[in-house]
Design a protein around this ligand. Structure first.
Ligand code: ZN
Length: 420
């Protein structure tokens, strides 16, 4: 393992995760299956603070921006890209302000994922544009997340629908190690009526009139609810229920943040927010840590459904240029399309997350006894035999080696001995 750490280079990292405040950084660091030492090749002029690790078989560089705001996160991302030229996927993970509405019963500790829809990328840059005499016209709609990340979000939605989300277990595991990131008492989740301002100098709402709380039905479990919708993003720190509700009415947003527009203007990314407050005058830090863990837990599970990028393809080339993008994405999707077709036929539906199902789809031996042979063939040395870490590493290693010829998946020769 030490030899690998010494030889790891910056180009080995293709997932970047951006956080802004230390609580977000600390929460996300706990998601790593394995921590890495600093790789070679980082630009000496790069001022960013990084941490490195592996999650679900992906090498992830974790970056904490020094200050909030879209301009600062854009500059942080630009510095990161100078050091990590292989970055293909970016995640912005942290806390945001909830925007409850009839459409979204958003509560503290819930998770919001920016999701593209009709005429929206999932992010509304709410304070950039042109003020006309009768309305504000936006000039900038950032690009939507890469399709691979959108596909992983689809997997998350499916898992949740069938009651198989891993997020509660991931959160439990983290707060077991970081008790001060535990879920606050539900009684401190206070949504006040929009016209009722915070009372007193203290940040908590002990002096606020609880008769002015919005009445909401109790939930039957404390697991974070996940909302897919639009996030309003801008350089303005919103601490006003009036402003919050005007954004809700204009764009049907369910969350407000200060970085999404900045990162998505630089890198096509996926934005994941844990709800830490309601963006009103009662805003305080009480739920920040738990909200940061909730968002990071979503990101950790999501990475399990993200395929490794095609070797040699770079974020900048395949997302932003014409021909190279088409070539890479066609190739990537064709492998996945063919796997999906075969999986349906043999009912091995979990091939994106299970080494057993992936092996079945490819006609390889899948029993536990053949796992060491598979690990040796793929030069994978991760975790005990049969462990989740080994499973993820093997699955990712196989995916990296597959290619398509004449509409068929080609299995490399060194895996042929594992044919069933
Ligand atoms: Zn208050």
């Amino acid at each position: 393992m030490a030899a690998r750490a010494e030889t790891r280079k910056s180009e080995d990292y293709y997932v970047a995760c951006f956080t802004v405040i230390p609580e977000e950084f600390a929460a996300f660091r706990e998601m790593c299956d394995e921590r890495h030492s600093r790789p070679l090749g980082i630009d000496p002029r790069d001022p960013n603070q990084y941490d490195f690790g592996e999650i679900a078989g992906h090498n992830v560089v974790l970056c904490c921006a020094s200050r909030p705001g879209p301009d600062n996160i854009a500059a942080t991302a630009a510095d990161l890209l100078r050091s990590f030229e292989g970055i293909k996927y970016a995640l912005l993970v942290g806390i945001g302000g909830g925007v409850p509405s009839r459409a979204y019963d958003v509560r503290l500790g819930d998770i919001v994922v920016a999701t593209p829809g009709y005429l929206t990328s999932g992010i509304t840059h709410h304070d950039q544009g042109k003020q006309l005499s009768d309305r504000f016209k936006h000039l900038n709609f950032p690009v939507p997340p890469p399709r691979a990340l959108q596909g992983a979000v689809g997997q998350m939605q499916t898992r949740e629908l069938v009651g198989r989300s891993k997020i509660p277990n991931i959160i439990s595991s983290v707060v077991g190690k970081l008790p001060n990131f535990n879920r606050p008492d539900n009684r401190s989740d206070c949504l006040f009526q929009a016209d009722y301002e915070h009372v007193g100098e203290r940040s908590d709402c002990d002096e606020c009139d609880k008769k002015r709380l919005v009445q909401r039905s109790a939930r039957d479990n404390l697991a974070p609810r996940i909302h897919y919708g639009v996030i309003a993003s801008g350089s303005l720190l919103v601490r006003s229920a009036e402003k919050r509700d005007s954004l809700r009415d204009l764009y049907n947003v369910c969350c407000i943040d200060m970085e999404a527009a900045g990162i998505m203007g630089t890198l096509p990314s996926l934005v994941i927010r844990g709800i830490g407050d309601y963006a009103d005058s009662h805003k305080n830090d009480h739920w920040q840590k738990y909200a940061a863990v909730a968002a990071a837990a979503y990101a950790k599970e999501l990475l399990q459904y993200l395929s490794s990028p095609v070797a040699g393809s770079r974020f900048c080339s395949d997302e932003k240029s014409g021909e190279s993008m088409a070539t890479t994405q066609t190739r990537n999707h064709t492998v996945e399309d063919l796997l999906e077709q075969k999986a349906r036929i043999i009912r091995a539906y979990n091939w994106r997350e299970s080494i057993i199902d992936l092996s079945k789809v490819l006609g390889l031996k899948w029993d536990l006894g053949s796992r060491p042979q598979l690990a040796q063939a793929l030069q994978v040395n991760k975790g005990p035999n049969g462990s989740e870490i080994q499973n993820n590493a093997l699955r990712c290693a196989i995916m990296k080696e597959l290619r398509v010829e004449n509409e068929n998946i080609v299995i490399p020769s060194h895996l042929q001995v594992l044919r069933n």
